[in-house]
Design a protein around this ligand. Sequence first.
Ligand code: 5GP
Ligand code: ZN
Length: 120
Amino acid sequence: MNKEPDCIFCSIIAGDIPSTEVATSEHAYAFRDLHPAAPSHIVVVPKRHHPNVNELSHTDPELTGHVVALAAEAATKDGLDADGWRLLTNTGEHAGQTVQHVHFHVLGGERLGPLNAPRN
Ligand code: 5GP
Ligand code: ZN
């Protein structure tokens, strides 16, 4: 894998920073968010470093599919299918992307708030 120096998620994938696994595959990894925004909050990343979904989807559409499929698997494993769950990704500053390794958030476990929550 192409580990990017100073990338938190590359370090998590390499096992250098501990994380709690929810699901894994050859190409993607799903783990619990350190600061959960919902009862179930899972972060899903490609094992190969890509900065955001724009770059990922253009350079490797097949990998994009793998990551989304693992997100769905992780949601199922966490028991979210009956009541529903949300999949989202932040891209760039206005969306509040804080880690520059593309990641999808799986959120569920309670009725979720509006998609564009007010800033605090
Ligand atoms: P973003 O704001 O970029 O969309 O999401 C980054 C997410 O990564 C945040 O929800 C944050 O809580 C999570 N996060 C940041 N550092 C770590 C970490 O070291 N471990 C885990 N498990 N999650 C992290
Ligand atoms: Zn990375």
